[in-house]
Design a protein around this ligand. Structure first.
Ligand SMILES: Cc1cc2nc3c(=O)[nH]c(=O)nc-3n(C[C@H](O)[C@H](O)[C@H](O)COP(=O)(O)OP(=O)(O)OC[C@H]3O[C@@H](n4cnc5c(N)ncnc54)[C@H](O)[C@@H]3O)c2cc1C
Length: 599
């Protein structure tokens, strides 16, 4: 049987869930958003732009804790479909209606095995944003990331002790976490044993933890936004694009956003209707790492040189808007095993007990994304390994969303044709890459795609760091803990890397040379969808875009709260950290409001 049949099965399950959804949800009175009719003349205390991970949290906390304030939430997309609910089917949303579907600029130092050397960059579009498209992995946060912000970026109010209570709140109050236990499969059993075997190493072994409840995705949308949509002081404009922020100057150095322009497409005549909304207190940009800088640049907030080139009237000089883009780059390596894991493949998915278990208890392969656990190195070495329990890597499903040229996809996953293959994909990542890219615009219109250049592997140290990760991955695969599974790493046979390897010996002793590993990384390394840094947080306009209170330098009432403010990458999956930061951002806004009222 082919993957199409798995899809059919998935479709049956979706249909069943959709049926339950449509029957039961109205019974329990799910309220619809307080949707506004697009027209000029509105005024709101707060305007939140983007209903993604951060925007959902901010809009929810403002409406909850400031009931007398009116909050407008503007979101370019609309609701996500049933597909977003079933964890294993997360990737099937990519390239669909709820995915912005960006492509990077052709990469110079990486992505050589991808079509036009471009990375595919999915982003969630709709209520919940990328948290509805993501792979649901939770990460508690790394104390030293924040200590580094405090020391190297002079963000003395962002020490671990400052952010920790907010991250603890994310873990204990807001998420329902599903943890993959050691007895989940033979691979998790082996992974569990490595803790002991490598106990002398300064490594951290983490079980995979997901934001999943009862077998269904459960995240900021469900926890924060859904309850907020029922509040009378939250107003929404969906399918609406923020087009422009208009600044008014109070004196030479200080300005305020007084009005914003919003665009809604008139579906009948295919023309955009653009109208103005007045802002009484603050605007919070939460459009994500690619689009918050896009909105600023389209508004004439950024570096003068770009505006001269594009003939845009500059409103504010802020040279670092769109700079400092960072992201993790992953090297996936396929490892086959000769026992039934069971790993994710057709046999496991079509197992009736598995299906029943999922439908009744929400457990099993359909109830998570397949990631089984992680190993992190010491902070100084800064690499991570992720164990993705997929044995049969399906070409039709994964090649297109990774933008691979077929030949390179097949080099990476040589057993792609075997739908009952057992094994796993071992992902090596440099957690603190030094390469930095950019986000820019070609036209001052937020309906157009921004120009995104992640510049992966520009810095040689990122290659060295990833090679350290790969060598650690080899050690784990060769360890006694894994021996019973008879694992075999399938070193990719990439034509352009042939002169460096893999040699026949490499398949036996797993010791390919560094030049071969670098070559493979530069051909088949894949972005991990963790962009940040494009409206970086810092102390002044010459080193950042926002201050430590998320406020844009030079604008009294404009904050950016989302992944774009991260000074350096998060040493793990960033979503939960961004939630914690958004809770802190909302708290700051509410404190300011309190102070104002006292005066
Ligand atoms: C495929 C994928 C898998 C991932 N897996 C994980 C994972 O397992 N674990 C993890 O921790 N992280 C993961 N991430 C990353 C994580 O989801 C993001 O870092 C996080 O969601 C970013 O939050 P944000 O608030 O910055 O932006 P987003 O959540 O992307 O929100 C931005 C919102 O702004 C809206 N918007 C943009 N422009 C405009 C405009 N002009 N007008 C109005 N609205 C606009 C967008 O539609 C979107 O809803 C993944 C990401 C992707 C894409």
């Amino acid at each position: 049987m082919h993957f199409q049949q798995i899809l059919s099965l998935g479709a049956i399950i979706i249909a069943l869930l959709a049926f339950l959804w449509f029957v039961f949800v109205p019974l329990f009175g799910e309220s619809t958003p307080n949707e506004l009719t697009p027209q000029a003349g509105y005024a709101f205390d707060y305007v939140v732009v983007g209903a993604g991970t951060a925007g959902s949290v901010v809009a929810s906390l403002l409406t909850k804790h400031s009931p007398s304030s009116s909050v407008l939430l503007i979101e370019a997309g609309e609701s996500f479909g049933v597909l977003s609910k079933i964890p294993l089917l997360a990737t099937f949303q990519q390239k669909g209606l709820n995915d912005w579907g960006f492509l990077s600029e052709p990469q110079v130092y990486s992505s050589r095995g991808l079509v036009e050397q471009r990375q595919y960059l999915p982003r969630g579009k709709g209520l919940g944003g990328s948290s509805m498209l993501n792979y649901m992995l939770h990460f508690d946060g790394e104390p030293r990331d924040f200590e580094r912000w405090a020391t190297r970026h002079n963000l003395s109010d962002w020490r671990w002790k400052d952010i920790r209570p907010f991250l603890t709140a994310v873990r204990t109050q807001t998420h329902s976490l599903l943890e993959i236990s050691p007895d989940y499969s033979k691979i998790t059993e082996a992974l569990h044993k490595t803790r002991k075997e490598f106990s002398k190493r300064n490594w951290r072994f983490r079980r995979a933890r997901y934001t999943i409840k009862n077998g269904l995705r459960y995240n900021v949308y469900h926890q924060f936004l859904q309850p907020a949509l029922k509040r009378r002081n939250l107003y929404t404009l969906t399918n609406a694009y923020l087009k422009r922020l208009n600044l008014e100057y109070i004196d030479e150095e200080r300005s305020e956003v007084k009005t914003i322009l919003v665009g809604v497409m008139d579906t009948k005549n295919r023309e955009e209707y653009v109208f103005s909304v007045d802002v009484r207190c603050e605007v919070i940009l939460s459009a994500g790492a690619y689009q918050s800088p896009q909105i600023l640049l389209a508004s004439g907030i950024g570096d003068a040189s770009l505006f001269e080139e594009l003939d845009i009237r500059q409103q504010l000089q802020l040279p670092l808007v769109g700079e400092n883009l960072h992201d993790h780059l992953n090297l996936p390596l396929f490892v086959s095993i000769d026992t039934v894991g069971p790993t994710l493949n057709q046999r496991a998915l079509l197992n009736p007990i598995q299906i029943l278990n999922y439908l009744v208890n929400g457990y099993g392969h359909l109830g998570n994304f397949g990631v089984l656990g992680h190993i992190d190195s010491s902070y100084e070495e800064s690499f991570g390994l992720t164990f993705f329990g997929v044995g049969a890597v399906d070409e039709s499903a994964l090649m297109s969303i990774s933008n691979f040229n077929r030949e390179y996809f097949r080099a990476l996953f040589p057993r792609y044709h075997n739908s009952t293959q057992e094994g796993f994909v071992l992902i090596s990542t440099c957690l603190q890459p030094k390469s930095r890219g950019t986000v820019s615009i070609g036209v001052p219109n937020t309906r157009w795609k921004p120009i995104i250049d992640p510049n992966y592997l520009r810095e040689a140290s990122d290659v060295d760091c990833t090679i350290r990760a790969i060598r650690a991955a080899v050690e784990v695969v060769k360890s006694e803990s894994f021996a019973a599974l008879h694992p075999r790493i399938h070193w990719p046979k990439i034509p352009e890397c042939k002169k460096y390897g893999p040699t026949e010996r490499d398949f036996v002793d797993n010791m390919p040379n560094d030049r071969y590993l670098e070559c493979v990384l530069r051909y088949v390394g894949l972005g991990s969808h963790h962009p940040g840094g494009t409206c970086v947080m810092g102390t002044a306009a010459n080193n950042s875009v926002v201050n430590s209170q998320f406020k844009v330098h030079g604008v009294d009432n404009l904050r950016i709260i989302d992944a774009s403010v991260l000074p350096t990458p998060i040493s793990g999956n960033p979503n939960s950290v961004i939630i914690g930061m958004a809770i802190r951002g909302a708290t700051m806004i509410l404190q300011r409001e309190k102070l104002k009222k006292k005066k």
